[in-house]
Write a protein that binds this ligand. Structure first.
Ligand code: SAH
Ligand code: SF4
Ligand code: F3S
Length: 453
């Protein structure tokens, strides 16, 4: 029943986990004999991989679903799938809201797509949202890039930040074994990939759930151990990781990053707020002083390290003065990049039930003021690149100027330079930076470091 050149389309919302899940689900659909189409309105199988981190992320998917549901009335053969975090959060309720759906599947079920879809092709409407042990990934993902790849190291999150839906929708922490992770990276190396980003919602928690770990914090499988275990995978030239939690970010990890040449000097360590009382209400488990110490330590080992983070403004009860503390932190640390968001009350999270919610006006005013500061600081941070020689991994053609290629510096700044993509693809090139913008750079190539394999 599956097969015969049916076409599928996947639209992905949300974070890198969802992107990685989508690549694996696409790999499964390829293996089943379906073929990819860019056009969601031409596809026979349409999958929305959804995000529910904030209300606007959730609402997006309903408008797409409305259009597809109409299409299904004209074409009953159309298969409609909602995967990801909205699917997990809403479950059966989604079927009541959009009865045209064939399959509602939570993120823990991504690797089971074939099995679930076969049940659908047998005529069932399927909801798969129960907590399961995530199946080891035996599929061949259909990766968006041929140069850079995501590799999951830990699924789920055991934290309980009071604003956050992730633990509810992604379930408890489940680490993959170091052997499985290394094997996936070795395969990527053989396929010609040059850069791997190791993924986890709270990557520093890696290993606590693995057999052989002890509960006193002296377990044998920490994320730092994992870095030492995988850092020498042949052909992989760069290793990145995200997301780090300030509570668990150790000096041992920082030292490992400084020591291991393939690990890039870029750290994504969300702080969420610069005020200790707000941090406490968020249940983040650290103070702004501790956060500042972590960044100081990172910069002591790697003076030029790029630092990025996430922050929330307008958390329930946040006063103007407390918000100022966030501005102070951003001003003092000077992030290379900061993802900012106005607090959005989410179903099933404690903070959504509190009575001290702020108005939309206050939240959006604070968001604008924070974003303004972020741009100013990023522009300042970019200045340090002017005239410098940076190593750029060539990933693509500059979509705005086909005579240029684009890639990233080790610090994760987007960089452009003149060159032919066909010859430079996947190369590490030394580039002299001639133009700086807040979030990107332009330069001239000096030489290619590594010759194409
Ligand atoms: N695991 C990561 C973050 C995952 S969610 C961490 O612990 O930092 C990505 C970002 O979305 C968060 O860092 C936070 O800044 C933002 N976010 C999460 N819940 C939110 C909410 N209810 N309202 C606004 N922003 C939120
Ligand atoms: Fe959410 Fe906190 Fe877990 Fe990050 S650490 S995913 S913010 S609960
Ligand atoms: Fe969104 Fe789920 Fe990621 S809620 S941010 S897609 S974990």
């Amino acid at each position: 029943m599956a097969g015969s050149a049916r076409q599928y389309h996947i639209t992905t919302f949300g974070c890198q986990m969802n992107k990685a899940d989508s690549e694996r689900m696409a790999g499964i659909l390829d293996t089943m004999g379906l073929s990819w189409t860019d056009d969601p309105y031409a596809a026979d199988v349409v999958l929305y991989n959804t995000c529910t981190i904030r209300d606007n992320a959730e609402q997006k998917v309903y408008s797409y679903l409305g259009r597809q549901a109409k299409r299904k009335h004209e074409n009953p053969e159309l298969t409609l799938i909602v995967a990801g975090c909205v699917a997990q959060q809403e479950g059966e309720a989604l079927l009541r809201r959009v009865p045209e759906l064939d399959l509602v599947m939570g993120p823990q079920h991504a690797n089971r797509l074939q099995d679930l879809l076969e049940q659908v092709f047998d005529g069932n409407q399927v909801v798969a949202t129960e907590e399961v042990d995530i199946m080891e990934d035996i599929t061949k993902p259909r990766r968006d890039s041929t140069i850079t790849a995501w590799v999951n190291v830990i699924y789920g999150c055991n934290e309980r930040c009071t604003y956050c839906v992730v633990p509810g929708v992604r379930g408890v922490e489940q680490s993959r074994t170091p052997e499985a992770i290394r094997a996936e990276m070795e395969e990527l190396g053989r396929q010609g990939f040059k850069e791997v980003t190791l993924l986890g919602q709270n990557i520093d928690a890696y290993g606590r759930d693995l057999p052989g770990s002890t509960t006193d914090g002296r377990h044998q499988h920490t994320f730092t151990d994992l870095l030492y275990f995988v850092h020498d995978v042949p052909s992989i030239e760069r290793i990145r990781f995200a997301t780090s939690h300030p509570r668990y970010f150790t000096e041992r990890l920082i030292r490992a990053c400084a020591e291991l040449p393939k690990v890039c000097e870029h750290f994504h360590i969300p702080f969420q707020s610069g005020d200790n009382d707000v941090l406490k209400a968020m249940a983040r488990g650290y103070t702004h002083e501790k956060y500042r110490r972590i960044i100081d330590t990172v910069r002591r080992y790697m003076p030029d390290a790029a630092i990025s983070a996430d922050a929330i403004v307008g958390f329930p009860g946040e006063t103007e003065e407390q918000f100022q503390h966030t501005l102070d932190l951003v001003n003092d640390i000077a992030f290379d990049q900061l993802n900012t968001a106005a607090y959005s009350p989410r179903p099933g999270t404690p903070a959504a039930l509190w009575e001290n919610q702020l108005s939309e006006e206050v939240k959006s005013d604070r968001l604008q003021r924070l974003n303004h500061l972020v741009n100013t600081k990023a522009a300042e941070r970019s200045q340090r690149y002017a005239g410098r020689i940076e190593e750029v991994l060539v990933e693509a053609i500059n979509p705005k100027d086909p005579t240029q290629v684009m890639g990233r510096t080790r610090g994760n700044r987007l960089a452009f330079f003149a060159g032919d993509f066909a010859t430079l693809k996947g190369e590490l090139v030394k580039v002299k930076i001639t133009e700086v913008r807040p979030f990107s750079l332009t330069g001239e190539p000096i030489q290619a470091l590594v010759t194409a394999g």
